[in-house]
Design a protein around this ligand. Sequence first.
Ligand SMILES: [Zn+2]
Length: 161
Amino acid sequence: MKFICDDNLGKLARYLRIMGFDTSFKEPISDSDLLAAAASEGRFLLTRDSHILDKKHPFGVMHLTVDDPPAQIAMVIGSLGIQVRPEDFFSRCSRCNDICHPVKKEEVVDRAFPFILKTQELISECPSCRRLYWRGSHYRRLLDELKSAIPRECVIGSWPE
Ligand SMILES: [Zn+2]
């Protein structure tokens, strides 16, 4: 499932990318441009703007009535009945939506902190922004946030240790 988020839902867009969903996030644009982008890219529209529901839309749209990102995650995943697989999380860059690729430590020795190179086995890189990802404390925190936000019945498989 592919999503597009309006400019009020930047945090939700990042969480959806972390969960592996192809998610487009638009800085302020007009409702008609947002709807046109959703239609041409075949994306399910997530919006905080109830007015957009009045407009014609030949594709799925959900009006999010809550502000808190974890509550928004629960609403999207739960009410759409989406099944997620935590083992597949963290494969997509949360900044630019591209799929990250594993890299060898030797390739990033000039860019990664020595501590990371020493302690992490799995490092991946976004091909667009070159950001490096590893499973450190930030990863644990995000994983815990997602674990408490995603409805249990929507989870396939187990959570990473
Ligand atoms: Zn990136």
